[in-house]
Design a protein around this ligand. Structure first.
Ligand code: PEP
Ligand code: MN
Length: 263
């Protein structure tokens, strides 16, 4: 079902009227994690002003260390709903367990499956049973075929609202957190009709690399971006080093518009 052979035209995923794919660019921005009401609302308002079409923010965080901040969980979801109410932006947030499926199906506009859960097939099958848009991130060492097969798990259940995301892969290079695979954009577009977006933040691991990687993604024809933006990166509870400030995000969006016009 994800294969371009079975459906030649691009899939457009509709998120409460905000479209992504088939020429509609999705700009998702927000902090790595929801930290407080003031934090998420301030960031939501500023990214909306800059042109973001959706708000991201983790409530359940898949941290490498069990001693790192794990997210505000249910309270984080409550705060995302407040930010949505304040700005009108649809919310994108990660699910880690089927235990929370009902809550996510009710309250979340785009359910994110993180890189570490790309092959959590039981989770994918459950997400196939609902009709909410799913943002499926490429696994740390997953091939295109494996990514598309994971999309297939969701679609096999009848949920065709899948957005794919390249977020950097593991290579021998350690200077960057991951290596952004720009080729994923044209390859996935050739193999599949699903929208493919880029996460320059987790690819880079460094805030000053976000801008050039985002520009490369737009130049290569990505259907959207998901970017970590924080109002106080130095004190962020998660991924501050790769988060850009709201004013930087604003100038980046202006430059991306010029690139989009040129390609
Ligand atoms: C995230 O988007 O906050 C995240 C944890 O990303 P990934 O699953 O790509 O590491
Ligand atoms: Mn993050």
């Amino acid at each position: 079902r994800a294969n371009r052979m079975f459906k030649p035209e691009d899939t457009i995923v509709d998120v409460n009227g905000v479209k992504i794919g088939g020429g509609h660019f999705g700009l998702i921005a927000g902090p790595c994690s929801v930290e407080s009401e003031e934090q998420i609302i301030e960031i939501a308002k500023s990214v909306k002003k800059s042109g973001a079409t959706m708000l991201r923010g983790g409530a359940f965080k898949p941290r490498t260390s069990p001693y790192s901040f794990q997210g505000l969980k249910d309270e984080g979801l409550d705060l995302l709903l407040k930010a949505k109410k304040a700005t009108g932006l649809p919310i994108v947030t990660e699910i880690m367990s089927t235990d929370y499926l009902d809550r996510f199906a009710n309250d979340v506009d785009v359910i994110q499956v993180g890189a570490r859960n790309m092959q959590n097939f039981e989770l994918l099958k459950e997400l196939g049973k609902i009709r909410k848009p799913i943002l499926l991130k490429r696994g740390l060492s997953a091939t295109y075929e494996e990514l598309l097969m994971s999309a297939e798990y969701i679609m096999a259940g009848g949920n065709d609202n899948v957005i794919l995301c390249e977020r950097g892969i593991r290579t021998f290079e350690t200077y960057t957190r991951n290596t952004l695979d720009v080729a994923a954009i044209p390859v996935i577009k050739r193999l599949s009709h699903l929208p493919i977006i880029i996460d320059p933040s987790h690819s880079a691991g460094k805030w000053w690399l976000v801008e050039p990687l985002a520009k490369a993604a737009v130049a290569a024809g990505a259907d959207g971006l998901i970017i970590e933006v924080h109002n106080d990166p130095a004190n962020a509870l998660c991924d501050g080093q790769q988060s850009i400030k709201p004013d930087k995000f604003d100038s980046l969006v202006q430059e991306l518009k010029m690139i989009a016009k040129a390609v």
